[in-house]
Design a protein around this ligand. Structure first.
Ligand SMILES: O=P(O)(O)OC[C@H]1O[C@H](OP(=O)(O)OP(=O)(O)O)[C@H](O)[C@@H]1O
Ligand code: HPA
Ligand SMILES: [Mg+2]
Length: 176
């Protein structure tokens, strides 16, 4: 185990506090749109949204660059696009992990071209030693070592997403 359920909860509350302070609200409404990146961000998105004291809207994109591999192909495919236009909206991308940074770098360019009022990123995990492209990230939960991790939404070949904590995967599982 690398990050426990309790540590995830505490960090989520801390990040939600920061986010709430950064986006103005009249107490009843805010223009903030959380964009969750499926499937990995599903658990974190649900927890961040519920930890925020301000009302927000949710939308999802599904992109994939890993498939069954443990390193990014660098080729990002949109499997599901946003339901609504984001022009003029305050958009916060919610990610589970920034590894090489390739997915997010691609996503930021893609969403920026749709002219949101603002565009920021919140990620639960980041691997500083694996980053290939630098991406500006405003909210980071944990910087972790350069090992393949699973759980809390993160998969290896679609498995382990349902674990309530983050664990490292024994390389024996994915090397022959
Ligand atoms: O920084 P990178 O090296 O690009 O890696 C990060 C991305 O890879 C994972 O998604 P994946 O393609 O595995 O899809 P999934 O969320 O459906 O598992 C993860 O959820 C991030 O979106
Ligand atoms: O370490 C990881 N684990 C699972 N999925 C991932 N996608 C990018 N990095 C990872
Ligand atoms: Mg994956």
């Amino acid at each position: 185990m690398l990050v426990s359920e309790q540590q995830i909860q505490d960090k989520t509350a801390e990040l939600a506090k920061k986010i709430a302070a950064d986006y103005p609200t009249d107490g009843r409404s805010s223009d903030l749109l959380l964009v969750g990146v499926l499937k990995g961000a599903v658990m974190f998105m649900a927890d961040v949204a519920r930890a925020l004291p301000v009302p927000v809207q949710l939308d999802f994109m599904a992109v994939s660059s890993y498939g069954s591999a443990t390193s990014s192909s660098g080729v990002v495919r949109i499997l599901k696009d946003l339901d609504r236009d984001i022009a003029g909206r305050d958009v916060l991308i919610v990610e589970d992990i920034i590894d090489s940074g390739l997915t997010l770098s691609w996503l930021l360019k893609n969403l920026a071209s749709r002219r949101p009022a603002s565009l920021e990123v919140c990620t639960l995990l980041r691997k500083p030693d694996a980053v290939k492209v630098d991406v500006p990230v405003k909210y980071v939960g944990f910087d972790i070592p350069n090992e393949f991790v699973v759980g809390y939404g993160l998969d290896y070949a679609e498995r382990y997403r349902d674990l309530p904590y983050i664990g490292t995967l024994d390389p024996k599982v994915y090397t022959t």
